[in-house]
Design a protein around this ligand. Structure first.
Ligand code: FMN
Length: 119
């Protein structure tokens, strides 16, 4: 299972490249099975508010986070949501993608999913 948040479509596109069932994060969503979290980065390296709210009730089943950012924001805050989720919730950072990323990213994520989430 993948849970994702996407504002302008990049994360949604990344998720579409994987062979895994997915659900978009909405208010009140509760997951009872292992999942990978996909998010964009907001503010200056920040976790989107809807993702933070979701994690407050769902961090226990989260097996890893994949983050999309824009490297033009600079190294200090590129994909910062992923770094903050990893440290705040003790969740492994699986991959940081620039915008939609590349085929090699999708393959690495698929591999992680099969070994660490369903494996
Ligand atoms: C208001 C705003 C703030 C952003 N801040 C950051 C940032 O601090 N670091 C970063 O890497 N990307 C930042 N981004 C870029 C997005 O995270 C990036 O474009 C991402 O691919 C968007 O995913 P989405 O299309 O699924 O919403 C920001 C984008 C917007 C619109």
């Amino acid at each position: 299972m993948i849970a994702y948040a996407s504002r302008t479509g990049n994360v949604k596109y990344i998720v579409s490249k994987l062979k895994v069932k997915s659900i978009e994060i909405s208010e009140g969503l509760m997951l009872t099975e292992p999942y990978l979290l996909f998010t964009y980065t907001d503010g200056l390296g920040d976790i989107p508010v809807k993702v933070a709210r979701f994690l407050d009730h769902n961090a226990n089943h989260c097996k890893g986070v994949v983050v999309s950012g824009n490297s033009n924001f600079g190294h200090a805050v590129f994909g910062g949501a992923g770094d903050k989720i990893a440290t705040t919730y003790q969740i492994p950072l699986v991959r940081k993608l620039d915008l939609r990323g590349y085929q090699a990213d999708y393959e690495a994520i698929q591999q992680y999913y099969e070994t660490r989430v369903t494996g």
